[in-house]
Design a protein around this ligand. Structure first.
Ligand SMILES: [Zn+2]
Ligand SMILES: [Zn+2]
Length: 251
């Protein structure tokens, strides 16, 4: 499995990082977690074949995680190919709003080659190559609908490997996914913007994580700040990396 962090910024684009998008390539299949801008352009620049894109899993509906979806859908539509189909999982039931926005941009919708559905807690996807399950976080909440999950972390399992992708978390790190606390994972891709690293360290110290990749990187950890962040996490009992746009990880 090859994992490429296409966009590793926090809520803003920065001088060296685009919005959130991570590509997982397994044999001849490709999958995305989050589709922040400019995911479609980044894939094309890296020579990634959009025809191989089987599914995209959006952690939540903040624009920095889903802003690249219209151009992605437009490009999938523009170059149709026999048998090509992409499932898009959105963290809320907003298919109608998405359809209205696409039609406003003169993009045909609905399409046979793209399906949109809402993520729910538990197993949401299994195509025989990749299995994906979702666990809700408290990053996004609607006070009027406190029981409705609006943001998710995802667990991706393929080729005997298990990856936990946290998505955005709450400020106190209390919703760091149980999936990464209780069961070993080969890689945890964890956001590093919405909490202080000091508050996360006691939790991370005890997790059965084999490799930690810090993603969704906040401004203080850009440039020279990366060395400071690496110093703060140096005592964790497993390898830690800070993700940059275009970094490639092999599992
Ligand atoms: Zn975000
Ligand atoms: Zn967010």
């Amino acid at each position: 499995m090859i994992i490429t962090t296409l966009g590793t910024s926090h809520g803003d684009h920065t001088y060296c990082r685009y919005n959130s998008a991570t590509l997982f390539e397994i044999d001849d299949r490709a999958y995305l977690v989050d589709v922040g801008e400019p995911v479609c352009a980044t894939m094309i620049r890296l020579g990634k074949d959009l025809d191989r894109l089987k599914a995209a899993f959006v952690t939540h509906m903040h624009a920095d995680h889903v802003g690249g979806l219209p151009m992605l859908i437009k490009t999938l539509r523009k170059y149709p190919k026999e048998g090509k189909h992409t499932d898009v999982f959105l963290a809320e039931d907003v298919a109608d709003s998405l359809g209205a926005w696409l039609r406003a941009m003169h993009i045909e919708w609905p399409l046979s080659m793209v399906s949109v559905r809402a993520t729910t807690q538990g197993c949401i996807y299994d195509d025989g190559t990749l299995e994906v399950s979702a666990e809700s976080t408290r990053h996004l909440r609607d006070p009027e609908r406190p029981d409705v999950a609006l943001s998710f972390s995802y667990v991706l399992e393929a080729e005997g490997k298990r990856i936990v992708y946290t998505g955005d978390l709450s400020h106190d790190f209390s919703d760091f996914p149980v999936a990464a606390r209780d069961e070993p994972c080969d890689m945890c891709i964890c956001e590093i913007t919405h909490y202080q690293p000091e508050s996360a360290l006691p939790v991370l110290m005890d997790c059965p994580i084999r490799r930690l990749v810090l993603n969704h990187v906040h401004d203080p950890w850009h440039g020279d700040g990366e060395a400071r962040l690496m110093e703060m996490v140096a005592d964790l009992p497993y390898p830690v990396s800070v993700a940059h746009d275009g970094d490639v990880f092999e599992l």
